[in-house]
Structures are given as structure tokens and as C-alpha cells.
Ligand binder design. Structure first.
Ligand SMILES: Cc1cc2nc3c(=O)[nH]c(=O)nc-3n(C[C@H](O)[C@H](O)[C@H](O)COP(=O)(O)O)c2cc1C
Length: 333
């Protein structure tokens, strides 16, 4: 049974969430993933889900102000609603980036959760959880220059001895954040261990803005459990999207109508794989597209007969026609 924790609240009803003045007709967000949720994958997710909130890969403010027209910022009308995620720690640069992105974005999100060493060293990403004042100044700086809701995504804290997400969330709300998303792991956990959805329920009653739960949501069942455990207003799906671009739509249908998803056939999975591959090739050029796509094969063919052997061949193949004939072999296996 789905618990509707916040249906009495103005910003959240059965089917939608208001983030600032933007109404999203879904409780599902596709989480930002660098090198994964590019323009191509977002469009594929949108094909299945008309309503979910899409999020871009993180866009470095340092890089964006040097070069405004890079492929990472490509979007179009069909993507709306789409949140553009910026990384950085310097208020003027993050604000300038938000200004550059303002005419494309529905929402501006600030990355406060990236655990990668390079990003932490630059005092971006999750390092901002150690400097809540700097983090708050980023929210304020963006709000000053763009008339869009500003949100941020962060973790439980840096490690088990420094779990500060509740105080941090309150501070971001005070700075003007319109919503937050919590990845229910610490920085030290990176992407391993189990996301602690229950812990995030401590936010209920502490903040008035909507909050999204993130981490280990890979199915309608885990979506329901994460919502119930965390008492969140919505949820963000990350790695569960890999080889599964229909997942946000399935979760949305389940939360809205109680509809359980049908199992996708091998033919459907392979057909979407090819659609995704072809779109990456159209976006990046043939060789770059083929090489970029290698990370996705294992997810699309997981569980199919002979997957491991086919995976080995697909991830080294550079010739498009040969890739297509391997896909045919998988279909016939
Ligand atoms: C390859 C990869 C890239 C990611 N890039 C970003 C990013 O750019 N910005 C961000 O906030 N989180 C990023 N994340 C974190 C995800 O958004 C999400 O918080 C995390 O994967 C946990 O959710 P999941 O268990 O559903 O995957 C990334 C995760 C992965 C695996």
C-alpha cells in the first residue's frame, strides 16, 4: 500500500509536486549521471514518460563559462520539464552558469553530493557539505540572477561520524532552495553499501520544501519502499535507468495508478538498445557514438542467453554492421 505522506501539503498531491512555481505532474525524477544521462538518454526516457522531471549530467561552472555551446548543454522543447545541474563552489561562476542555462532550464540544480576525489579536492560536490555557508551562498547567488526554482542534491553527510543532512537541508531551505534531493549514502560510501531510506525520514517536519529520496531505486517495489521509508515527496532514479529507460514511466504509472509493469521482451530490449545506439551515433558521430555506447550494452543484454560472451564481443566492436549482426545473433540465441 502506498502511503501518501504529504497529500495534505500544498506542494504535493497524489500525482504531482510543486517545486517553487513549477508543477511537475509526477513524483519521479531521472537523477543526474555524468557520462550517462546525456541529451540522447534523456530523450529516450521522455519517450516513455511524458511527465517525469529529467536532469542533465552535472555541468562544471568552470568549464561552462569558458565554453557555452558544448554538447552537454544541448536540449530541446520536448525535454521540458528539465533540471540543469551545475557543479562548482564559486558563487559568481555558478550564478553566471545559471544565467547561461536559464533559457533552456525549467529548474537549476546544484551538485552538492559528488564524492569523486577530483571534485572533492576542488571543494565542489559533496565537499560543500563541509561548508554549508558556501553551499548556501551558491543557492542565493543563483536565485539573485535567475527567475527559476533552485534546488540541490546532496548526501547523508561525509561519513558515519558526520551525518549532517538535516541541518544542511534546513540551511539550504533558508537560503531559498525550492526542493532538495538526498542520496541516502555518505560520501565515504560512494556508490556501495545500501541506501538508508529510513534515515532520510528525519527530514519530515524539519523542512517545508519537498524532498526527493535517491539511492537503490531500481523497480516499482523499491520505489514504493523508498517512499514509505523516507516519507519523501518524490524520488530520483539513478543507475536503475541503465538499460531500463522506461523505469521512470513504470514507477510513475505505479505510483499514480497502481499499475504493475509488464516484463519487456528480448525483442523490445534489443530494439531500444539499437534506438539508443543509433541516437548516440547521430549525436556524436559514428566511431565516437559506438565507443561511448559501450558502457550501456551490459545493462540492455543482462540476463539474456549467452550475455557474457556477447557482451565481450560488443564492447570491443567498432564496426556498426558487425554490431547489428551480433544483436541479431542475441535475438536468435
Ligand atoms: C556514472 C554516474 C554518474 C553520476 N553523476 C552524477 C552527477 O553528475 N550529478 C549528481 O548529482 N549525481 C551523480 N551521480 C549520482 C546519482 O545521481 C545517484 O545519486 C546515485 O547513483 C545513487 O542513486 P542510484 O542508486 O539510483 O544509482 C552519478 C552516479 C553514477 C553511477
Amino acid at each position: 500500500m502506498i502511503i501518501q505522506n504529504t497529500q495534505d501539503k500544498e506542494f504535493s498531491n497524489l500525482n504531482s509536486i510543486s517545486i517553487g512555481n513549477v508543477k511537475i505532474n509526477s513524483k519521479v525524477v531521472s537523477a543526474p549521471m555524468a557520462g550517462i544521462t546525456d541529451y540522447v538518454l534523456r530523450k529516450l526516457i521522455r519517450k516513455y514518460s511524458k511527465d517525469c522531471l529529467l536532469t542533465t549530467e552535472m555541468i562544471s561552472s568552470e568549464a561552462l563559462v569558458q565554453r557555452e555551446d558544448c554538447h552537454i548543454v544541448k536540449t530541446d522543447e520536448e525535454e521540458i520539464p528539465v533540471s540543469f545541474q551545475i557543479s562548482g563552489h564559486k558563487p559568481p561562476l555558478v550564478a553566471k552558469s545559471a544565467k547561461i542555462l536559464a533559457d533552456k532550464a525549467t529548474i537549476i540544480d546544484i551538485n552538492m553530493g559528488c564524492p569523486v576525489n577530483k571534485v572533492m579536492k576542488a571543494t565542489d560536490g559533496c565537499a560543500l557539505m563541509k561548508s554549508p555557508d558556501v553551499a548556501a551562498s551558491l543557492i542565493r547567488a543563483v536565485k539573485e540572477v535567475v527567475d527559476l526554482p533552485v534546488t540541490c542534491k546532496f548526501r547523508l553527510g561525509i561519513n558515519q561520524n558526520c551525518i549532517n543532512f538535516v541541518d544542511f537541508a534546513v540551511k539550504m531551505q533558508e537560503a531559498g532552495a525550492a526542493a532538495i534531493c538526498v542520496h541516502a549514502r555518505t560520501r565515504v560510501q560512494m556508490y556501495s553499501g545500501v541506501a538508508d531510506w529510513k534515515r532520510v525520514s528525519a527530514l519530515r517536519g524539519k523542512i517545508d520544501i519537498p524532498y526527493f529520496i535517491n539511492g537503490d531505486i531500481v523497480s516499482v517495489e523499491t520505489a514504493e519502499q523508498a517512499m514509505n521509508d523516507s516519507l519523501a515527496d518524490g524520488l530520483a532514479v539513478g543507475r536503475g535507468l541503465l538499460g531500463n529507460p522506461w523505469l521512470p514511466a513504470q514507477i510513475d504509472d505505479y505510483l499514480k495508478f497502481g499499475k504493475k509493469p509488464d516484463e519487456k521482451s528480448i525483442e523490445e530490449k534489443l530494439s531500444v538498445l539499437k534506438e539508443h545506439l543509433d541516437a548516440e551515433i547521430a549525436f556524436r558521430g559514428e566511431l565516437n557514438g559506438i565507443k561511448f555506447f559501450r558502457k550501456f550494452y551490459p545493462y540492455y543484454i543482462k540476463g539474456l542467453r549467452g550475455a557474457s560472451e556477447f557482451r565481450g564481443r560488443l564492447v570491443t566492436e567498432e564496426n556498426y554492421d558487425k554490431i547489428i549482426s551480433i544483436l541479431q545473433e542475441i535475438k536468435n540465441a
